[in-house]
Design a protein around this ligand. Structure first.
Ligand SMILES: Cc1ncc(COP(=O)(O)O)c(C=O)c1O
Length: 463
C-alpha cells in the first residue's frame, strides 16, 4: 500500500471510522495503524512492518492468521448453498452440526447450545436464561453475583456484571441487581497463606454476599476459569468445588464465562475441563471461530434445559444473527483445524516453556508479578521501587507510558496489550495471549523484546 494511501486511510479513519475504546483526537500519532495482512502468528501493517501478535488480536485468533483460504472455502460453500436462514423456527445443517460438536466437546452434561453473535451477547443471554429458568420453577430470582475487576462485555446487562467501575460508572443506573465479590487476586494476601485458606476466605466472602442479598433472589454467579481483567487471576485449589457447593446449597446457577478460556487457550477445550469446574451454563465466542466469523454460544446443562423442555416453554430471547449458517460453517471448520493441529495438546505441551521464559522476567525489579497458565499470561508492573519507595504518578506515567512500553515493544516487533489496572496502587498489566500455533521462535522473540524493554524501564528508574 503506498504511503499516500496509508496517510489517507489513517485520516479517513479519524473522520469516519469510530473505533471501539479508542480516544478521539487530532494527534496524527494517535491515528490507527492500518493492518493489511496476517500470516501465522504475525500481523503486517500497510508499511510492511511485521509484528508478532502476542494477544491473538483480542484473545481470539486462536488458530493464527493462515487459514483464510480453507475457512473461506467453507464459508463460500455455505454462501452458495444457503447464505442465511434464521435459527428461530428453522435450523440449518451447519448450525445443527456445530451444536452437536459443541455438546461433544463441552464438559459433562452441557449439551444444549443457544447461538449468539458475540461474547457479550452470550453473557446477556445467559443472565436472561437464568432468570427465566428460576421463573419456570416458580421463583423470582433476578440478581447476579460477579467478581471485582472482571470484564463480561459492554451491552447494558453484560456491562452491569463487569467488576470494573471505570467501565460501569458512566452508564449508571445499570441493570438490577449485581453484587460484586472478591476476585482471586492473590498478590496482597499474607505470605504463606495456603490454597485452602485462601479459597475458604474467598468462598466466605461469596457466601456472605449471597446471604446479604437474600439467597432466594440470586439467579446466577458468573466467573471466568481464569479472570482476564485484573491480570490473569487464577483460583486457588478448592475454589471452584466450593463455588459449586455454594450454588447447590442456595439453588443458584453457576455460569462459567469462557469467552476467552475455551477452545485451547488453557491447554484444554474448555477452562472448565482444566479446573474441574462444573458449570450449569458456559458462555463462549472468540476462539469458537478463531474470530474468522462473528459467532458466540451459550452452552447449557441438561438440567437447565429440561426445565424449559418439561414446561414446555420457549426461552423468550433471540436475534437475527445468532445461529447464522455461514458463521456456523466457519466455526466448524475452525474446530476441525484445531483438532487437526491438536492445538489444546500443543498448548499443554508448550505451556511450561512459555511460562518459563515469562517467569524469568520476574527478576526485573520493576516486575511485581508474572502469572497465568496455558497461553494466557499477565505481567504486572510495580508501583514502587524494590526498596519500598512509591513511584509518583508522574514517574509511573514516564516509566510506563507508550513511548517506553507499548510503542517500544512495537518497534521491536511485538504487539501485546498494556492496560491500566483498576486501582492506582496496582501497576500496568501486560496481557499476553499468543495464537495457539505459537512456538519456541515466538517465545524467544517475546522474551527478548520484553527483556529489553523492561530492562530499559528499570534503567530509567535508576535501578
Ligand atoms: C470474559 C469475557 N466475556 C465477555 C466478553 C465480551 O465479548 P464480545 O467482545 O465478543 O462481546 C469478553 C471480551 O473480551 C470477555 O473477555
Amino acid at each position: 500500500v503506498n504511503t499516500s494511501t496509508v496517510t489517507e486511510l489513517r485520516s479517513l479513519a479519524r473522520a469516519h471510522n469510530w473505533r471501539h475504546f479508542a480516544t478521539i483526537d487530532d494527534d496524527p500519532a494517535n491515528a490507527p495503524d492500518i493492518m493489511v495482512k496476517g500470516e501465522g502468528c504475525y500481523l503486517i501493517d500497510a508499511q510492511g512492518n511485521r509484528y508478532f501478535d502476542a494477544l491473538s488480536n483480542l484473545y481470539c485468533v486462536n488458530i493464527g492468521y493462515s487459514h483464510g483460504a480453507e475457512i473461506g472455502a467453507a464459508a463460500l460453500a455455505q454462501y452458495e448453498q444457503l447464505p442465511y436462514c434464521s435459527n428461530w423456527g428453522s435450523a440449518t445443517p451447519p448450525v445443527v452440526q456445530l451444536a452437536v460438536k459443541l455438546a461433544d466437546l463441552a464438559p459433562g452434561d452441557l449439551n444444549h447450545v443457544f447461538f449468539t453473535p458475540s461474547g457479550g451477547e452470550s453473557v446477556e443471554a445467559a443472565w436472561k436464561l437464568a432468570r427465566q429458568y428460576h421463573a419456570l420453577r416458580g421463583q423470582r430470582r433476578w440478581k447476579a453475583i460477579a467478581r471485582n475487576d472482571a470484564y463480561h462485555g459492554t451491552t447494558l446487562g453484560a456491562l452491569s456484571l463487569n467488576g470494573n467501575t471505570r467501565l460501569r460508572n458512566l452508564f449508571e443506573p445499570l441493570v438490577p441487581t449485581v453484587a460484586h465479590v472478591r476476585s482471586t487476586r492473590r498478590v496482597e494476601r499474607p505470605a504463606g497463606e495456603t490454597d485452602a485458606e485462601f479459597a475458604a476466605f474467598l468462598l466466605d466472602d461469596i457466601e456472605h454476599t449471597i446471604v446479604a442479598e437474600g439467597p432466594s433472589t440470586v439467579a446466577m454467579i458468573i466467573v471466568e476459569p481464569v479472570q482476564n481483567s485484573g491480570g490473569n487471576l487464577t483460583a486457588p485449589d478448592g475454589y471452584f468445588a466450593g463455588l459449586r457447593a455454594l450454588c447447590d446449597k442456595y439453588g443458584i446457577l453457576l455460569v462459567a464465562d469462557e469467552t476467552i478460556t475455551a477452545f485451547g487457550r488453557l491447554g484444554a477445550w474448555f477452562g472448565s475441563h482444566r479446573y474441574g469446574i462444573r458449570p450449569d451454563i458456559v458462555t463462549t465466542a472468540k476462539g469458537l471461530s478463531s474470530a474468522y466469523g462473528a459467532i458466540g454460544a451459550v452452552i447449557v446443562s441438561d438440567c437447565v434445559f429440561e426445565t424449559f423442555a418439561a414446561a414446555p416453554r420457549m426461552f423468550v430471547h433471540g436475534n437475527t444473527f445468532g445461529g447464522h449458517p455461514v458463521m456456523a460453517a466457519v466455526a466448524l471448520k475452525n474446530l476441525e483445524i484445531m483438532e487437526r493441529l491438536d492445538l489444546p495438546g500443543h498448548v499443554l505441551a508448550k505451556e511450561t516453556e512459555l511460562g518459563g521464559v515469562l517467569g524469568e522476567l520476574a527478576t526485573n525489579p520493576m516486575v511485581r508479578d508474572v502469572r497465568g497458565t496455558g497461553y494466557f499470561y499477565a505481567i504486572e508492573l510495580a508501583t514502587s521501587r524494590p526498596d519500598g519507595t512509591q513511584l509518583t504518578g508522574a514517574e509511573c506515567g514516564d516509566l510506563y507510558g507508550d513511548a517506553r512500553l507499548a510503542d517500544r515493544l512495537k518497534q521491536l516487533g511485538v504487539l501485546l496489550r498494556v492496560y491500566a489496572a483498576s486501582s492506582p496502587t496496582i501497576g500496568p498489566i501486560l496481557s499476553i495471549a499468543p495464537p495457539l500455533v505459537a512456538d519456541t521462535a515466538e517465545f524467544t522473540l517475546l522474551a527478548e523484546s520484553l527483556t529489553t524493554v523492561l530492562g530499559e524501564i528499570a534503567e530509567a528508574a535508576g535501578l
